[in-house]
Structure formats: structure tokens, C-alpha cells
Design a protein around this ligand. Structure first.
Ligand code: AGP
Length: 604
């Protein structure tokens, strides 16, 4: 989830690019850079960390004539946040910026290296500029070289490229990652990943569609569609409210982040699924040699994804798995053995309790792995191995897409280990991989579903508490649903194993006790249904979440028929996320920044 900007015109290009990048910092900023072509010469600046570092580097630079410029803020997916890995990436006479993932970059890079190309970075993006310049040698014109290059890329991208071979032009291509172009009546062209940077500069914009590619010069935009047919830009009015633009029109960042889970999980999966095996280029298969146990350690929502993982590791990888709440693990003088792989899970990579447990494991000589969303964070720098979730910046304090991508990674990792340990057949692994590919479809939020939950939420604004109940892997999902509700509605909620309700909590059952029951059809349905009937018989108010109507429930939120319980898990995840959001919104709470909470708990 990076941010890209471009500008073609006579104004101070540096200022326009930097101001545009500032508006995109919410999309990611572990490094940033610009490249400007003026009078046939390039000026290029890059800096690690916040944008102010790039501003410092460019403070004595400005343009005063016509120029073509591109800029980028990076959220690392391939390669550490370093200056070398920061965009724009350079060839001999061209620069490129890119948002997305080039799935076939390894193959292209190998061919280019065989041709004698020297790569400076570890990124997938750099292959674009070298492939373009390779095609320049044989193409009859610059655009032909560019369009050939685009046709050779697999994956998701929003690309801007500037080259000395056509200096008054910016080349663009869009597939799977957002980008738009804006114009005004001063013969200027502006590009950005989202519309915020264009507010105040452009009065109309064209949102590119997947497969669009082309070029702009100072007086026109030339677009070709995915079938290589020329198409006219479709201009629309530009919103003038920057904050709502950053939220892409949603009411809250949390709402936006729930809706973008489908795209984000596609990024998480990208380049990691083969037909019958999982690919984690960031791992060395040898990590798992001599490992007889996996210990998962985290806090909050990350602990819930860890608990979800424990079911998958024991079921598919057939490896003993234990779970730890980091703040407890720190002080209980735990026994640690070197045949244990210590895995910490953290969206921020900075949570104090979790970080301390990672240090303890390192001290005890255990192999360590971190599942994290923020490259270069403390945990990423400390752990032996790291798998990035690629969720992009998560602004809402109540975590949603970080949880979704963590569970996705764990599902993949359980199959990765299953392959190494032969604990699943190749056919079974292939079947699971086909299911993984379906997650993005199952987490797309439908208007009907959202409308239903919005209407229903008015019934759940009081009462003396909520139980979220589920069995097996739906128990951590119940815990997660309860945490979401607590965090942003300030109503009391507990996640509980369905089978445990009869061992005490059922004493609370009455019409004012709201039970959100997770009833997957593909896993222990009859058992779960019995537990819910026990509650219903005692007049508890039940909201059943299932693909099949449940006559004993007072309310019912229907999910689609799924082939597998894991797809039901992701569908129910969307329901509990939206339910907590709509209840909180009705109560008038600050959904994105709820009271008493911080996005990253860096204190004990
Ligand atoms: C989740 O909604 C909460 N904001 C909180 O529980 C969070 O998951 C926890 O603080 C752990 O944060 P981390 O994933 O960044 O380590």
C-alpha cells in the first residue's frame, strides 16, 4: 500500500510532488523519493523514514521551467526500507515509481541479470525500468517499448515512468492498484494514488480502470484499455474535502479498512501461492529442522489470530502448538526449549509486552519468527525471520485488516509446514490452496449485508452484556468479535467457547443478555446449535450468524454457503467487525480513536 504522485507542467514540480506525498502518508511511509526531468536532465532524491527527511534533502532544489516529475512513499513488501529500496527506481535514462506487487519479478530479474543488468535494490519494482530500457533497444518508439513492458508484467501495479527518450511525457499503467489523473485549464497533468493530492489543483479527474495504460503530455491524455483499444478519459468532479478523501468517502478509517480487506488479502496472497505449494521467499525451509513445537505469543487482536493459528498448525501441520499472552509470559519464568519455534505476532511490531517476549526467546537461544505489518519495526529488526502481512497502514485503533491478513498468513504457513513435514497429501494441500484463493471473494462487503447489520444494530445498544460464542477456531473469532465491540462501543462483551456456557455463564441468561452465536455449517454445527438452544431455552436474546436460518434465534445474519469452515470464518469476521462498528456509530462514539486506547501500546 504505497503512495505515488506525478506532475507535468511549469510550476515548481518539487513542491507539488512533496505536498502530494504528504497527503498520501496515510498510505505508508517507511521511505520516499522523487525524480524530476527538466531540460533533459534528471534530479533524484530519496530518504528513509518520514517525509520530512526527504524535504530536508531537497530544500535547496527547485524547478522553474517545464518539467516531468514522479514521487513515491513506500510501504515495504519486498526488501527492507532503505534508500536503495526507496522509489523512484532508475535505469540508464529512466525512472519509475510503482504501487503493488509484480508477481513475476524474480523471473524477469533473472533474465535481466543474465543480460548483464546490475540491480541496485531488492525490490520487485526495479525490474520495470530495466525491462523498459531493454525493450527500448528494439522498439520503434518509446510508447511501444512501454506498452510491451506492461504486457510482460504479472501482478498488481500502478506505475508512472519518466524517460529521457521522451522527456515531455509521463507514461502510466494501472492494474489492481488505484491511480487517477487530474487536469485543469493550465495544461497541467497531475497523477496520484488517491484524490487527496489533487484537491486544490484539479477540477476534474479520470479514475483509471484495470488494464488502462498510456501517456500524458502537456496538452493531452492518451489512454488504451486492456484490449489495447484507445479510449477517451471519463472525467468526474473532484471532492474538495481532504479528510473524507483520505477515507475514500467512508465515515471512518475502520470502515474503509473493513471494505479494503478483499484487496489487501489479495496482496497478502500475491506471489505466495503455487498450485500445490506455498511460497515464502522470506523464509529458509531449514528454520523448521529440529522444531517439535511452535509457540505463538502476542497481545489483543494479534493474540486472537495466534489462537486461530494454533488450530491450523495442529490440524494441518501436525505440530504441537502453544499459545501465550505476552504480558503473562514475561513474568512467569517460562520453560523454553530450543526445539520450539517462537513466533510473535504484531501489527505494529512495537508492542512492548510482545517485544520483550521476543527478547526473552532470543536470549534463550530459540529460533524466532515475527508476523508483522510494519517493516523495519523493532520486532522485524530483532526476529530471525519475518513474514510481512502487506495490510498497508491500519489507521483505525480497532484492528481489522491486520487480523484478517495475519490469519491468512497463518493458514498459508500451516500448509507450508504441512508440505515440509508431509503431514498433508499434495492433493489436500492443493485443495486448501484453492480455498485460500477464494478468501478475497468471501470478504467483499455487500450492500445488503451492511444494510442488514446497520438496521439490526439498533437493537443492541443496551442490555447487561454480550456473549460471543463459538467452537474450535470460531472461539478465537468470538473473542475477536467481543474485543471489537468492547473497544469501540464501550459495552461489555465476552468471547466464550460455546461448550463452556453450561459451566457457569448460562446463569446470566435472560432477555437482556445478548448472545452472538457463530454457527458454521462446516464445523461442529450440531454441537454449536445445541449450546445455543440451551441459551434460547432460558430466554437469552440470540443473534445467530450462519448460512442456514436457525429457528431458535431472535435475530439472524445470513452468510453465504461456503465450501469450507475457513471461508465461513472470514465471512463471519466481516459480520462481527461491521456489527461492532454500527453499534458504536449509533452510540456516537469515536470509532477510529476510541477512549483510553492507542494504536500501538509501547508501554507495559
Ligand atoms: C486491537 O483491535 C487492539 N487495538 C489491540 O488489542 C491490539 O491488537 C494490541 O494492542 C496488539 O497490537 P499489535 O498487533 O500492534 O502488537
Amino acid at each position: 500500500m504505497c503512495g505515488i504522485v506525478g506532475y507535468l507542467g511549469k510550476k515548481n514540480t518539487k513542491e507539488i510532488l512533496l505536498n502530494g506525498l504528504k497527503e498520501l502518508e496515510y498510505r505508508g511511509y517507511d521511505s520516499a523519493g522523487i525524480a524530476v526531468l527538466e531540460n533533459g536532465n534528471f534530479s533524484n532524491f530519496k530518504a528513509v523514514g518520514k517525509l520530512v527527511n526527504l524535504e530536508e534533502k531537497t530544500k535547496n532544489y527547485s524547478t522553474d521551467g517545464f518539467s516531468a516529475g514522479i514521487g513515491h512513499t513506500r510501504w515495504a513488501t519486498h526488501g527492507k526500507p532503505t534508500e536503495l529500496n526507496a522509489h523512484p527506481h532508475v535505469g540508464q535514462s529512466s525512472y519509475v515509481v510503482h504501487n503493488g506487487i509484480i508477481e513475476n519479478y524474480a523471473k524477469l530479474k533473472k533474465e535481466l541479470i543474465n543480460d548483464g543488468i546490475k540491480f541496485l535494490s531488492q525490490t520487485d519494482t526495479e525490474v520495470i525500468v530495466h525491462q523498459f530500457e531493454k525493450n527500448l533497444n528494439s522498439a520503434s518508439n518509446t510508447f511501444e517499448a512501454f506498452s510491451k513492458t506492461i504486457s510482460e508484467l504479472d501482478g498488481a501495479y500502478a506505475i508512472l515512468l519518466v524517460t529521457k527518450s521522451q522527456p515531455d511525457t509521463i507514461f502510466f499503467a494501472k492494474h489492481g492498484s488505484p491511480m487517477l489523473v487530474g487536469t485543469n485549464n493550465e495544461s497541467e497533468q497531475y497523477f496520484a494514488s488517491s484524490d487527496t493530492p489533487l484537491i486544490g489543483h484539479c477540477n476534474e479527474v479520470n479514475y483509471f480502470e484495470d488494464g488502462d495504460y498510456g501517456y500524458v503530455s502537456s496538452n493531452n491524455i492518451t489512454i488504451f484499455d486492456k484490449d489495447k483499444n484507445k479510449k477517451e478519459p471519463i472525467f468526474s468532479k473532484l471532492s474538495q474535502n481532504k479528510l473524507s478523501a483520505q477515507k475514500d468517502g467512508f465515515r471512518f478509517f475502520m470502515e474503509k479498512e473493513i471494505y479494503e480487506q478483499s484487496d489487501v488479502i489479495s496482496d497478502t496472497l500475491m506471489g505466495r501461492l503455487d498450485d500445490d505449494e506455498i511460497i515464502f521467499n522470506e523464509l529458509d525451509k531449514k528454520i523448521f529442522d529440529d522444531i517439535n513445537e511452535i509457540k505463538l505469543c502476542a497481545c489483543g487482536t494479534s493474540y486472537h489470530s495466534a489462537m486461530s493459528a494454533s488450530y491450523l498448525f495442529e490440524r494441518y501441520s501436525k505440530i504441537r502448538t502453544s499459545l501465550e499472552i505476552a504480558s503473562e509470559f514475561r513474568y512467569r519464568n517460562p520453560i523454553m526449549s530450543k526445539d520450539t519455534l517462537f513466533v510473535v505476532i504484531s501489527q505494529s511490531g512495537e508492542t512492548a509486552d510482545t517485544l520483550e517476549t521476543l527478547k526473552m526467546a532470543k536470549q534463550a537461544g530459540l529460533k524466532t519468527l515475527v508476523i508483522c505489518n510494519v517493516d523495519n519495526s523493532s520486532m522485524v529488526r530483532l526476529a530471525d525471520y519475518c513474514i510481512l502481512t502487506r495490510a498497508g497502514i491500519e489507521k483505525g485503533v480497532a484492528s481489522t485488516k491486520a487480523f484478517a491478513t495475519q490469519v491468512t498468513i497463518f493458514w498459508m504457513l500451516s500448509l507450508y509446514i504441512a508440505k515440509l513435514k508431509n503431514s498433508l497429501s499434495v492433493d489436500e494441500i492443493s485443495k486448501q490452496i484453492s480455498l485460500l484463493r477464494e478468501i478475497p471473494t468471501h470478504v467483499k462487503v455487500t450492500d445488503d449485508m451492511h444494510e442488514r447489520i446497520k438496521r439490526l444494530s439498533k437493537r443492541y445498544l443496551h442490555g447487561h452484556g454480550f456473549f460471543f460464542i463459538g467452537r474450535d477456531i470460531f472461539y478465537p473469532l468470538a473473542l475477536e468479535g467481543a474485543l471489537k465491540l468492547k473497544e469501540i462501543s464501550y459495552l461489555h462483551a465476552e468471547g466464550y467457547p460455546s461448550g463452556e456456557m453450561k459451566h457457569g455463564p448460562i446463569a446470566l441468561a435472560d432477555p437482556e443478555l445478548f448472545t452472538i452465536a457463530l454457527l458454521p455449517q462446516n464445523l461442529l454445527y450440531e454441537k454449536s446449535k445445541n449450546n445455543v438452544e440451551e441459551l434460547s431455552a432460558r430466554d437469552s436474546t440470540i443473534c445467530a450468524i450462519s448460512s442456514k436460518e436457525f429457528d431458535k434465534a431472535d435475530d439472524f445474519i445470513q452468510i453465504s454457503e461456503c465450501k469450507d469452515y475457513m471461508l465461513e470464518f472470514f465471512e463471519m469476521m466481516i459480520v462481527v467487525q461491521l456489527l461492532s462498528l454500527e453499534i458504536s456509530a449509533r452510540l456516537g462514539n469515536d470509532v477510529d480513536m476510541p477512549r483510553n486506547l492507542a494504536k500501538s501500546v509501547t508501554v507495559e
